[in-house]
Design a protein around this ligand. Sequence first.
Ligand code: PEP
Ligand code: MG
Length: 559
Amino acid sequence: MVLQGVGIGRGLAVGPILRMPEPLAEPGDEPSALAPDAEKVRVAGALAATAADIRLRGERAGGSAKDVLDAQAFMAEDPTLRDDVNARIDSGKTGERAVFEAFAAFRDLLVSMGGYMGERATDLDDVSQRVVAHLRGVPAPGVPDPDHPFVLIARDLAPADTALLDLDKVLALITSDGGPTSHTAILAREKAIVAIVGAVGALDLPDGETVIVDASRGVVTVAPSDEERAAAEATIAARAAVADVPIGPGALADGTPVPLLANLGSVDKLAEAIEKGAEGVGLFRTEFLFLDSEHAPTIAEQQAKYTALLQGFAGKKVVVRALDAGADKPLSFLNDEPEENPALGLRGLRALRAHEVILRDQLTALANAAADTTAELWVMAPMVSTVEETRYFVALARELGIKTAGVMVEVPASALLADRILADADFASIGTNDLTQYTLAADRLLGSVASFQDPWHPAVLRLVGEVGRAGAALGKPVGICGEAAADPMLAVVLVGLGATSLSMSPAALADVRAELARFTRAQAQEFAELALSANSAVEARAAVLSAATPLTTQPTESE
Ligand code: PEP
Ligand code: MG
């Protein structure tokens, strides 16, 4: 039997499954036997203890897990939530019930907001369960801890659990709920955990059953045959050997350089990117710095952050994207009107243009930061859909002192007119996540249409080819910075289509570097032709994979 979900990253794992225990039963609604003040004291103690416990977990986990867990601790300390709990206690409810109801009400509010906020709902459920467990004096629900490695199955893991997964024991993670941008997915990608989210039916599998988890295809193979298991284990071993390949600049087998760059959303990950051999930054998502800000950041505030980034990559290329607000990443100071279809609304450069002073401040902060360092700063605009927008952005960037100004190609219109867009822009960077969403008309946040969100689709590849051709004709660089660049075989195809650099999450660099080194430019172009002539994403991938010698059967040097 096979289950389909959305794979996070490229990992592969084999092992027996174990399910997360079911959450605590809902507290009953019988009236409290205690006086309201006594209930309130109990709840205040449980909220404080839960916040302290979550913070401690964050400190132990470090990295962005710490930020996620600190945000959860703030939820437990949120005064509005506490007032709501106390009001429910005043109406005669038990502490357990009041906590359950108040958190659930807030959760429903977040869900109704959808997008990024909606995906934070799981975090609230987790905090609520932990507070109720505290009040009941029972252990908080959590990850099982057997004495052998296992594949963890859960409905949707809370950040507190994902952050602390013991990676020596948890071979892979499968969730039945959650989309590719849930916190589970974000943390799994960062920790390089083999993960598949949204695998419907996973919760019905019996504990102890063996599964193969193939994140690159989003497929869980239940009770595999001996041959399937042996093939998966051979691939895992071959990939482990690849991870030991020395780090050097990205290049094809014939020596054609393909610079491998990092996608970053904060300066915290800078050291890791350098350690994994990033040759610069291909996408710095500035909006991640300001997701929680209520006011537009000042020039000085921004300059400090950009200076830290550029100093970390002294002498290297750093591509910074202007704020990409809207859709799943609303910024309260840029997106003021609710929209029915935010992915098709005032997002990216459109929102910046509607608040030009914010764009001017950002470009000024970037130009100032660049003046103080030796890094080579390139700046690009998100969600550009016309030649006129390109001209607007490039002119403004130059006026404010940016030397290299380009655009992201994320909308089919920009890909189709890439020759004209690149006549004005210094470079293009293709955002395959959005380009796929807009080409296939499938919301990238919706689990129900996740199967359309496949950058192997020949329509997407044909558009990439348009941009590659325009770049080659005009002598302008064409980078790729969507998740597609992190898929090693697809990365080769993208180079065959004309991409001149690839940018990805640092965890993917080793696999992509190794795959590029196996093929010449002529082979990459052949694979690109094969993929373009397929009828579907599935056919394109299959055609290229069968034409390329699998890594597992590649002869070793001693053979
Ligand atoms: C993309 O759309 O591919 C991209 C890199 O931008 P983001 O994922 O931040 O929208
Ligand atoms: Mg995008």
